[in-house]
Design a protein around this ligand. Structure first.
Ligand code: ADP
Ligand code: MG
Length: 251
């Protein structure tokens, strides 16, 4: 068994008096694609916010590559090599696709305010931006405004922006939400391609996608992980069927 890249230990989160995450233990193995599934309101997005540093745990620990990251800012977590998908609202609709991506690349070099260093690194930034555009197959759209992209192309652009920092672990929260079947299939393939050699932690509702791309799946119900296993193990797990999957997957 390969070593863990991320470990959650007794993780808890309360909002006011309500405990939403109720003691989560979970290990992600280096290089695996791991899906987190569960009913609406189970706490999946909250777990991701805790990992990315956007929320602080009430109790427990988050270890990334053996380092405790509970108290780090989202920026500090990001710099360690843990990226989460940007929301569409992070795209600048009136900048071109190229300019949006270049901003993410500049940010990854810590260049947001330093004009003179940027001049030095200009060519490197351009090259890296072009490489990423190619990886998400948006070269032909480089000069279009982000707002003119289709929905799935916008998501592709966001994924490229997530990759700018060359992260070891990528968190994607429902990347296929709102997509047609064709867009979903395309994006699933793209995600597999882009995350090769990295670790992926993904929340997704589309069970066909989840069961086809995941090495392992964890099921979160009411703030607790009730099962972790391979797609086959999860499909056959009685508690999972009862709590969540029901006949949908048994069929
Ligand atoms: P999921 O992503 O699994 O659908 P969430 O993590 O978004 O679930 O939410 C889990 C529960 O926590 C929900 O009941 C939600 O209303 C509640 N919750 C999420 N964020 C907050 C917050 N900032 N303040 C209060 N309650 C919240
Ligand atoms: Mg959610």
């Amino acid at each position: 068994m390969s070593e863990s890249i991320l470990s959650l230990r007794g993780l808890k989160k309360s909002f006011g008096p309500t405990e939403i995450i109720r003691g989560v233990d979970l290990d992600l193995r280096q290089g695996e694609r791991h899906a987190l599934i569960g009913p609406n309101g189970a706490g999946k997005s909250t777990v991701f916010h805790l990992i990315s540093g956007n929320l602080k745990p009430t109790a427990g620990d988050i270890l990334f590559q053996g380092k405790r990251i509970n108290s780090l800012s989202p920026q500090a977590v990001n710099r360690l090599g843990l990226a989460r998908s940007f929301q569409i609202t992070n795209l600048f609709p009136k900048l071109t696709v190229f300019e949006n991506l270049r901003l993410a690349v500049m940010r990854s070099h810590g260049l947001q305010y330093c004009f003179w260093r940027f001049i030095d690194l200009n060519q490197r930034v351009r090259d890296q931006t072009e490489r990423l555009l190619e990886q998400v197959r948006l070269q032909a759209k480089a000069q279009m405004m982000a707002a003119e992209l289709s929905y799935s192309e916008q998501r592709s652009l966001e994924i490229a922006m997530t990759l700018a920092l060359d992260p070891q672990l990528i968190l994607l929260d429902e990347p296929m939400a709102g997509m047609s079947n064709d867009e979903t299939a395309y994006t699933a393939e793209l995600i597999c391609e882009l995350t090769r050699g990295r670790t992926l932690f993904i929340v997704e509702h589309d069970m066909q996608v989840v069961f086809s791309i995941s090495d392992r799946i964890s099921v979160l119900v009411y703030g607790q992980v009730i099962a972790t296993g391979t797609p086959d193990e999860i499909r056959d797990n009685a508690a999972v069927k009862e709590a969540y999957l029901g006949e949908e997957v048994a069929a």
